[in-house]
Design a protein around this ligand. Structure first.
Ligand SMILES: [Zn+2]
Length: 263
């Protein structure tokens, strides 16, 4: 990828990331994401165009509101940078194809889901329901998976986690996860197809357990504390999107016998 294209892609991603910050703040509060225009969360004063430039404004204003001097969280530039990076990686991997725009949108949605779930332990239906529909539509049109693979992924992802939600109280004596996680994996299934969806769940369960155990061992949490699962589903889906085909080929290759492949 040419350097200048990477820079433009990153800048575009960062500008979208600035809107993602608005979504992360407003969606769980039931506020409109378009109106009113961005304002300081403390003094409510609307931001001028020059105070709303990704990174640049944060640096120039030294992370403070110019009006009331309240500290602005480092998370605002972090989310902008993360989305910029996501767009660069997705263009590098898939090129300028229609599917790339769908994947870019998916990664942005996952960034929003991650931070809302960390903050509020919810995953908004405003993202998962339209996401399921968009995933199915994209599979019919531009994604490299068939519509039945997409529908299979939706049903398979949602079904597996719904079963976990149903059975958890009987096995662990408490709820393992929420219906938001079920709907999120169903949505991911629509974008990724059933194989990558199961891979997503595997990677999410593995990374979630590792982080949970690490936090428990270091006494930052107890094993009884709930850990939001959404961020790990987002991480698993991102890994499955970028490395899924290779991982699935490698895994099925393990069972290759005399030229016959179990697929
Ligand atoms: Zn202010």
């Amino acid at each position: 990828m040419v350097g200048s294209i990477a820079v433009v892609t990153f800048a575009f991603g960062a500008i979208v990331g600035s809107f993602l910050n608005v979504c992360i703040h407003r969606l769980p509060r039931g506020m409109s994401v378009v109106r009113p225009a961005s304002h300081c969360p403390a003094c409510q004063r609307p931001l001028r165009a020059t105070e709303n430039i990704p990174f640049f404004s944060f640096l120039v204003l030294r992370g403070r509101c110019r009006h009331c001097n309240v500290k602005i969280s480092w998370r605002y530039p972090f989310v902008e940078g993360l989305n910029g990076l996501a767009y660069v990686l997705v263009v590098k991997q898939f090129g300028f194809e229609p599917a790339t725009f769908v994947y870019a949108l998916l990664l942005s949605a996952l960034i929003v889901v991650t931070f809302i779930d960390l903050d509020h332990q919810i995953i908004p239906n405003e993202i998962t329901y339209p996401g399921m529909l968009l995933g199915l539509l994209a599979a019919v049109t531009v994604l490299p998976i068939s519509w039945w693979d997409s529908l299979g992924g939706l049903l398979c992802g949602g079904g597996v986690l719904l079963f976990v939600v149903w059975i958890s109280p009987y096995i662990f004596g408490r709820e393992g996860m929420g219906l938001g996680d079920v709907k999120l994996l169903a949505m991911l299934g629509a974008f990724l197809g059933w194989q990558a969806t199961l891979l997503t769940l595997l990677l999410a369960a593995f990374s979630g357990s590792m982080v949970g155990l690490t936090l428990a061992v270091t006494k930052l949490i107890t094993l009884k504390d709930p850990i939001p699962f959404g961020p790990f589903l987002a991480l698993g889906a991102t890994l499955a999107l970028f490395f899924g085909a290779g991982l699935i080929d490698w895994y099925t290759g393990l069972f290759e016998v005399e030229g016959f492949r179990f697929r």
